[in-house]
Design a protein around this ligand. Structure first.
Ligand SMILES: C[S@@+](CC[C@H](N)C(=O)[O-])C[C@H]1O[C@@H](n2cnc3c(N)ncnc32)[C@H](O)[C@@H]1O
Length: 193
């Protein structure tokens, strides 16, 4: 995280340990939540690994993951608001243009609930918004072994779930802690259209 300057990704109060609005009813998550996610996924963010970040928003976590997976790794961010994706591209360009030039980071506009099949399978998947039900499509795109970090559940009843797929493809699920995330939803619902 020291290699990625949050001031290039958060419009203001970049160094406060709190989520900040980035527009379009989205937030850049609080630094402690990003740190926690990176710790949980650490073994699956090793040099050369491939990662999917669903709901990549400001692009901050994508850059942190790219710093960890190195110049032989790849991080795909999927965000459903095109304007946020454009802003993320600008943010990363200011901070680490080489991540884009070297193809270490790719930003896709689309519905992250479907993952991103063309680059699957992934060593790990991070989801930055709360899913209302089990992410079956995302689990299919996880490598064996692989790990997924995802907030799940209705508003005020969400937990971070860690899904582990073992080398035989067997999946186990563990609840880590209660949280409050914006919902993983339709573009129209998020924008109130
Ligand atoms: C809490 S923000 C986190 C963003 C990012 N981790 C960051 O810190 O900048 C959640 C993001 O998920 C996006 N999102 C919500 N539903 C989505 C969906 N179905 N597909 C893709 N992105 C989605 C939102 O637009 C928002 O940018």
């Amino acid at each position: 995280m020291k290699q990625v300057d949050r001031a290039n990704y958060a419009p203001d109060m970049a160094y406060q340990d709190a989520p900040q609005s980035i527009g379009y009813n989205a937030t850049i998550s609080a630094p402690h939540m990003h740190a926690y996610a990176l710790e949980i996924l650490h073994d699956y963010l090793q040099p050369g690994m491939k990662v999917l970040d669903v709901g990549s928003g400001s692009g901050y976590l994508v850059s942190c993951m790219a710093a960890m997976t190195g110049d032989t790794g790849k991080v795909i961010g999927v965000e459903h608001i095109d304007q946020l994706n454009e802003q993320a591209r600008k943010n990363i360009k200011k901070d680490h243009p080489e991540y884009l030039h070297q193809g270490r980071v790719e930003l896709i506009t689309g519905d992250g609930r479907l993952g991103y099949a063309p680059e699957a399978p992934y060593d790990c998947i991070h989801v930055g918004a709360a899913a209302s039900r089990s992410p079956t499509e995302l689990l299919k795109q996880l490598k064996a072994p692989g790990r997924m970090f995802i907030p799940e559940g209705p508003e005020f009843e969400q937990s971070i779930l860690q899904y582990d797929k073992d080398a035989d493809g067997e999946i186990t699920k563990r609840a880590l802690m209660g949280v409050m995330y914006v919902p993983l939803t339709d573009r129209e619902a998020q924008l109130g259209e």
